[in-house]
Design a protein around this ligand. Structure first.
Ligand SMILES: [Mg+2]
Length: 253
């Protein structure tokens, strides 16, 4: 079939618990970030900043995250990691005008999270989609800039599959706000009615995809137990490979 005649031109994925399996990592992300904040603390200390203890900085960081997400969810604005860090620095008595935030983000030294892996079928499914000529997108409600999440994608060996990748931290909106879907559709140069969105959180991934007119596929793996509420996905899968027959059926509809 010609690519141009396809009903579906692009498949857009959520990242965490859609392409990445978090079932074996049950710690809070805020705890996981402790060692990274220690890295930032060391960087700031080495660069002559007068600091409280690392525990105080970490506490201020966690409070900044909680406050930022609570505020952002009122309007589905995107939480920005750099802003969160600057807020924590200010609360910790630091002069942020003297801090090189680019260097701080590098010092954070983000990477793959222990016990988080690809699902067994992530690579086979991405391979299949690419072989079939679909454009592939990624939209994650992550406060980090995409280049930091790219570090993970590169380590997992899946970075090169994506034609467009965006985070809410970069975009200024989070799912389900329509703007973040419209942004990735623009980058992929496809219309909403020719794109499929796959994600695990009904209230974010699926509600937003439905509102924008994407075909929604709810990824509902066994380790998660989100309630749909009044959200109605077009399709439901429990493993990624179940997506392939759905796409085939959409093409033949
Ligand atoms: Mg997710």
């Amino acid at each position: 079939m010609s690519h141009l005649l396809r009903r579906v031109q692009a498949v857009v994925f959520d990242l965490d618990d859609t392409l990445l399996d978090w079932s074996r990592q049950t710690d809070w992300l805020s705890n996981i970030s402790g060692s990274h904040i220690q890295n930032v603390y060391d960087y700031l200390a080495e660069n002559g900043n007068s600091l409280p203890t690392n525990d105080v900085l970490f506490q201020n960081y966690q409070e900044a995250i909680i406050h930022s997400w609570r505020e952002a969810k009122k309007t589905w604005a995107g939480v920005n990691f750099e802003s969160v860090l600057m807020c924590a620095f200010e609360t910790s008595g630091l002069d942020v005008s003297k801090i090189d935030m680019g260097a701080v983000l590098l010092a954070y030294d983000w990477g793959t999270v222990p016990n988080v892996t690809l699902f067994d079928d992530t690579v086979p499914v991405l391979d299949s989609l690419r072989q079939q000529g679909y454009k592939i997108g990624l939209v994650t409600n992550s406060m980090m800039p995409m280049w930091m999440r790219d570090i993970e994608l590169r380590e997992y060996g899946i970075l090169d599959y994506f034609d467009a990748r965006i985070t809410s931290g970069d975009t200024g909106h989070m799912k389900p706000h329509p703007a973040i879907y419209e942004r990735v559709l623009d980058l992929l140069e496809v219309e909403a009615e020719t794109a499929v969105f796959v994600g695990d959180r009904p209230a974010n991934d699926i509600a937003g995809a439905n509102a924008v007119g994407l075909t929604s596929v709810w990824m509902n793996p066994p380790h998660l137990s989100y309630e749909l509420g009044d959200v109605i996905p077009d399709y439901e899968i429990t493993t990624l490979q179940e997506l392939l027959p759905i796409l085939a059926a959409l093409e033949n509809r």
